[in-house]
Design a protein around this ligand. Structure first.
Ligand code: XMP
Length: 510
């Protein structure tokens, strides 16, 4: 069993960031909604109460049954969490005279306090609150203040209960990591043994215990998540893991062959399925992006179902679900909301979906998936690949799809990506791809007039794909890519660069 920190979420936008910071210190943690506290066992080393968009002064403020851990385990309240503890211990929380958002400086820091250990005498912190702790009870001690917030941090005297008004998880809190380390290591006594190697060892053992000699089927996409899931399962059940990698005819140039070879080199039991024609047939005449997506999704399920049926006696379907997909989101205004993703074995689904589900990555954030992949020896070209949409090039060919258009776009994309890699730009952008536009324009090549199609190039910087900015690729590089594409690909006589951010545009054009 793994020692852990419990983070109780009151709906703050920063809760996942707290978890990321805790895990960066090699301490495992779990986020749970404030009103669904899991069993607190001897492996739980401490509890963190998150911030919240709510106010403790509201009649319907989120309430937590904290007798389960208050006074029994180390406890750190952050923002709302700190106010909540203060108010429930006899303190007074009131609206701030000025609402405080952004940078502030801790001016007075009680550096001999265990939570403040190693902090400088002054420290920049990030504030984001409308309420403030006006009065604290006698058994509280102030351990840090700013010019305007007297109770910026406190300890309940003689206990391991602390509250901080600022957000240590935000990088603008320059000593936030040190403070969290003080709490996790010195106060909670965590042993910092949550590493990618340790995760891999534990999870392989758990998968062995769970799956025993059962057969498992997994759809590989060439992306990081399904690849790492496959490696973990492979180490747990070996040849009983049956991987299926479908060529939908919408992958990038040579992608199917090269990714298939990588998987085979890793020793995976993988079957490559050439289903190009089934996808092209289903896409024929479809121009609407959503209809294209639906057709591709439907055919994928049919192909996967056919293949899964050929493996006798399969018991499990493995999925590359990651932690952000399973964290229950908390809505303090409308009550806790439902889980984002769930898998129900209901009627009407294809047979493979009625299998039991195993999700080896469901406790990992995306960057942790990469680190585990690296620990398991996943090659850099798979680990560092840009995200690629499931419907593939179908949503980068505007309008209807033909094998000819796919071939042209594969070439353009290949030239584009190769140039990015050669120039050292591939790893600097979050995602890049070429788009085939359904318009023709006039050009001149030699002495001849041409009337050919346009390719758009897209490259973006982003953290999670939710928002994105266009990458400022050097003009010289764009000039070379444009020349290479127009000179080498018959059917393209014009290249344009997309300089739209998301929002209001999206990353893909469809
Ligand atoms: P947008 O275009 O919504 O893309 O800004 C955000 C991220 O999602 C990917 N994307 C998809 N991925 N199926 C997928 O698996 C889809 O239908 C799909 N549409 C967009 C996109 O590549 C980007 O990484």
């Amino acid at each position: 069993m793994q020692e852990k920190i419990l983070i109780l979420d009151f709906g703050s936008q920063y809760t996942q960031l707290i978890a990321r910071r805790v895990r960066e210190l090699n301490v495992y943690c779990e986020i749970h909604p404030f009103n669904k506290i899991p069993e607190i066992d001897s492996f739980t080393k401490g509890v963190i109460l998150s911030g919240s968009p709510a106010s403790v002064r509201q009649a319907d403020a989120p309430q937590v049954d904290f007798n389960q851990f208050h006074g029994k385990l180390p406890l750190l309240g952050v923002c709302y969490g700190a106010q909540y503890i203060a108010q429930h211990s006899g303190g007074n929380v009131a609206p701030s005279e000025i609402r405080e958002y952004g940078r502030a400086n801790l001016e007075y820091i009680h550096v001999s306090n265990p939570l403040m250990n190693e902090l400088p005498v002054r420290s920049q912190v990030w504030m984001s609150h409308g309420d403030t702790i006006k009065e604290i009870p006698d058994h509280f001690e102030i351990i840090a203040s700013t010019d305007t917030v007297k109770v910026a941090a406190y300890q309940i005297k003689g206990t391991q209960t602390y509250g901080i008004q600022f957000h240590p998880e935000v990088t603008h809190s320059t000593d936030g990591k040190q403070l969290l380390q003080n709490f996790l290591i010195d106060i909670c006594g965590c042993s910092q043994d949550w590493t990618p190697f340790a995760f891999a060892d534990t999870s392989i053992q758990e998968l062995k215990d769970q799956l025993k000699d059962d057969k498992v089927v997994l759809g590989l996409s060439g992306g990081v998540d399904s690849s790492v899931a496959a490696l973990l399962l492979h180490q747990a059940v070996g040849k009983n893991l049956h991987c299926i990698f479908v060529d939908n005819g919408l992958l990038r140039k040579n992608e199917f062959e090269s990714v298939l070879h990588s998987y085979q080199d890793l020793g995976l039991n993988v079957k490559g399925v050439d289903a190009k024609q089934r996808f092209y047939d289903a896409l024929q005449g479809l121009s609407d992006p959503e209809l294209k997506r639906k057709a591709i999704g439907r055919v994928f399920i049919e192909v996967f179902d056919d293949e899964a049926h050929q493996i006798s006696d399969v018991k499990w379907l493995a999925q590359g679900t990651i932690y952000p997909d399973v964290i229950e989101s908390v809505s303090v205004n409308g009550g806790p909301s439902a889980t984002i993703k769930s898998h129900h074995n209901v009627g009407g689904l294809p047979d493979f979906m009625k299998l039991k589900i195993v999700e080896p990555l469901k406790s990992l954030f995306k960057d942790e998936v990469r680190r585990v992949g690296k620990a398991l020896g996943l090659p850099d070209d798979i680990l560092g690949r840009h995200p690629f949409p499931g419907p593939g090039l179908a949503i980068r060919i505007l309008g209807d799809i033909t094998p000819e258009k796919v071939a042209i776009l594969q070439e353009a994309d290949y030239i584009y990506i190769k140039n990015l890699k050669d120039a050292g730009w591939y790893d600097k952008v979050w995602q890049a791809g070429a788009i085939y536009l359904p318009i023709q324009s006039v050009g001149v090549m030699g002495d001849e007039r041409t009337y050919e199609n346009v390719v758009a190039l897209r490259a973006v910087s982003s953290v999670d794909g939710m928002t994105a900015d266009w990458s400022h690729l050097p003009y010289d590089l764009l000039a070379k890519i444009s020349n290479d594409i127009i000179n080498n690909i018959k059917g393209i006589n014009r290249v344009v660069y997309d300089i739209s951010s998301k929002p209001p545009a999206t990353i893909e054009w469809e």
